[in-house]
Ligand binder design. Structure first.
Ligand SMILES: *Cc1c(COP(=O)(O)O)cnc(C)c1O
Length: 374
């Protein structure tokens, strides 16, 4: 990867501007071209991208944003940090994506926006969700942090409503050497406001009042600028992105081939069939298993790293306790938290690595069957 990156990094050192400089602008142009977005606004993380997007979209204090109960915590904390109120909805048990029927059932008069999360491999059902936002006059804001390369009828994730985000956290499909993120939008006003908010509310040499956002915290900007070093790394890695996405698809197919009928594995990734033209992009490879925590321990002992995305559903996180949810409110989200595990998955893996992991899973359940059978 270094040969792709080094020229860009040297540019940054030569110019000596390390934050919000020309390399960042160059990366924004490259990402606008890659995604087809009218505006690609570089920031310092996917989380800040979500907060600034919600603020720029005009979320007012106390307004509700519907988010899935099964996601990374930032999907909901970003709403709180933008002074809104998360409203949780359940997920589809097969795909783990926001369930439109559940969304419909939680929308109230104080709801302002719906924020689907395009999780793990594919986009939420944007036709069904757009029908809901249209019917209720709501904003559509996408947590597309994991969704680089995913498209819905040719439109890149994040661009089906007011806007979306990308995360370039190191483990993401396109990862920096640290934190970085981006806002994607086709809306000129949202882009203008987000661009101002990321840089202390700065439009020219003065700190300006932002038209359309009338209270003090709404007009106060922050420091969410991207580092030029990260932009340089990402520009280089972007050249390899499509090849890496293809390699991810091969690895996913190899896992599925081995695990589809394996004892103890109750679900391999399910790609929803949609009327829209869509393409899966495997960011992680997540399966559902029996005795998940015991399996994780067994694999750890064999030196195989796994990850549980996500161990606690958002409605049961202590930070959202005042919303008053209890276990049982969103059963599909709760079940996913108990049974899913992400297997080792990165483009440099070999097919032999996949076999090694699958053999270790096989030996765990074979050992268990033997013990319980005697
Ligand atoms: C990674 C991620 C984020 C946050 O991105 P950071 O760059 O880590 O701040 C938000 N939402 C989802 C669904 C993510 O996977």
């Amino acid at each position: 990867m270094w040969p792709l990156i080094s020229g860009h990094v040297e540019d940054v050192f030569d110019r000596g501007k390390f934050s919000h400089g020309r390399k960042v602008a160059e990366f924004e142009r490259a990402m606008a071209a890659y995604t087809g977005a009218r505006h690609a606004i570089a920031v310092n993380s996917g989380t800040d991208a979500l907060i600034l997007l919600l603020r720029a979209a005009g979320l007012a204090p106390g307004e509700g944003v519907v988010v899935p109960a099964f996601s990374f915590v930032a999907s909901a904390t970003s709403v709180v940090l933008a002074r809104g109120r998360p409203i949780f909805a359940d997920i589809d048990p097969e795909t783990y994506l926001m369930d439109p029927a559940s969304v419909e059932s939680v929308v109230t008069g104080r709801t302002r926006a719906v924020m689907p999360v395009h999780l793990f491999t594919q986009m939420a059902d944007m036709d069904a969700l757009s029908a809901i936002t249209d019917r209720h006059g709501l904003l559509m804001v996408e947590d597309s942090a994991e969704a680089i390369g995913m498209r819905w009828n040719g439109v890149h994730a994040g661009l089906l409503g007011t806007g979306g985000v990308l995360s370039f956290f190191p483990t993401k499909t396109l990862g920096a050497l640290g934190d970085a993120g981006m806002i994607l939008t086709d809306d000129d006003e949202t882009a203008r406001l987000a661009g101002i908010l990321r840089h202390h509310g700065r439009m020219g040499k003065t700190i300006d009042h932002i038209a359309g956002i009338s209270n003090l915290s709404g007009i106060s900007g922050t420091n969410s600028k991207m580092d030029d070093i990260q932009a340089a790394v990402l520009l280089g890695k972007l050249e390899n992105l499509d090849a890496q996405i293809r390699r991810r698809a091969e690895l996913a197919a190899a896992y599925t081939e081995r695990l589809r009928d394996a004892p103890g594995v109750t679900r391999v990734p399910v790609i929803a069939s949609r009327e829209a033209t869509t393409n899966p992009v495997f960011y992680v490879y997540v399966i559902e298993v029996e005795r998940r925590d015991d399996l994780v321990r067994h694999l750890t002992e064999q030196g195989i790293g796994t990850e549980v995305y996500y161990p606690i559903p958002l409605h049961l996180q202590p930070c959202f306790a005042e919303l008053g949810h209890v276990k049982g409110d969103f059963p599909h989200a709760e079940r996913a938290c108990e049974r899913t595990v992400a297997l080792p998955f990165y483009p440099d893996m070999s097919d032999a690595d996949v076999d090694l992991v699958c053999d270790a899973i096989g030996s765990f359940y074979a050992g268990h069957a033997g013990r319980s059978g005697t």
